[in-house]
Design a protein around this ligand. Structure first.
Ligand code: IPE
Ligand code: IPE
Ligand code: MG
Length: 261
């Protein structure tokens, strides 16, 4: 029987191949993780925070450029008040505990989502982290907080209507590039790899435009149990995919080689 490669071997092989530039994760399963242990749901969110730290460090080490983490959706306000309050305190808790090491590791904190609707203390925590890390040029740790793709797209439509109504653009100027420039992610590359934990196989209003050509990876592991090995596995799998973007890349390459003979 072949001896399984060690983690270190697998890591060094993966590093030599194409890394996803932007990894986006729907961190799901905190509540079920807690229920499995007869703990309150918020205990799952607390544990999930440690996973964020672990995965951020590892993604940075791997040379991933952007890590977007779906932390709170525009639909999550429908949850019980105590849970929402707890989730709103998490950025503060996370950043108080880990901001010094994020700074040291050259990580830049950013956020997408409806910022103004967050409680003030949440806004302050995020703003403080963004300010303290704005000069960093390593991994971009992008939190999707109070983010919803449909709301984002409605805002894109509004921005474009405004440009048209004020005669700054014509109908003919409306194209994909213009839409992209109005998205909250306009300054970021689009995700190459989307991971969702906890066995759910849906997007739950996450980056609907941006994920058009992302490779999708679903795992049954609950977010608090997700670790470096899980991410490495997702990346190894990603590296085996043949991304065609609608063309026939592989076949075209083969044809080119044949013609060159
Ligand atoms: C993900 O875990 C965290 C958020 C959505 C904020 P959940 O809280 O959705 O956990 P489950 O899906 O109920 O297990
Ligand atoms: C998606 O998870 C939102 C986040 C991970 C922040 P949910 O747990 O809210 O999604 P649904 O309700 O199962 O679709
Ligand atoms: Mg969930």
């Amino acid at each position: 029987m072949p001896v399984p490669d060690s983690f270190a071997d697998r890591l060094s092989i993966a590093r030599k191949k194409q890394m996803p530039n932007h990894v986006a994760i729907i961190m799901d399963g905190n509540g079920r993780w807690a229920r499995q242990r007869n703990l309150p749901r918020v205990a799952g969110h607390h544990e999930g925070m440690k996973t964020i730290r672990k995965i951020t460090r590892f993604a940075n080490e791997l040379g991933v450029n952007v890590l977007t983490l779906y932390a709170f959706s525009t639909e999550n306000w429908k949850r019980p008040r105590v849970e929402v309050d707890f989730l709103m305190k998490l950025p503060g808790k996370f950043l108080t505990a880990y901001l010094p090491e994020l700074i040291e590791e050259n990580i830049r904190v950013e956020m997408i989502g409806h910022f103004e609707a967050l409680p003030e203390h949440t806004q302050h925590a995020i703003e403080k982290a963004m300010k303290a890390t704005e000069q960093n040029d390593g991994l971009v740790l992008n939190f999707a907080m109070n983010y919803g793709s449909r709301l984002e797209l409605v805002n894109v439509v509004k921005q474009i209507c405004e440009l048209a109504m004020t005669q700054q653009i014509d109908l003919a100027d409306v194209n994909e590039a213009l839409v992209e420039s109005c998205l909250m992610t306009s300054h970021l590359p689009e995700p190459d790899l989307l991971i969702r934990t906890s066995g759910e196989v849906r997007l739950s209003n996450f980056m609907l435009w941006q994920l058009a050509y992302a490779e999708l990876a679903f795992t049954d592991v609950y977010w608090p149990d997700y670790d470096e090995e899980c991410l490495l596995e997702a990346i190894e799998d990603f590296q085996l995919r043949n991304r065609r973007f609608g063309s026939l890349c592989e076949e075209e390459d083969a044809l080119k080689k044949q013609r060159m003979k």
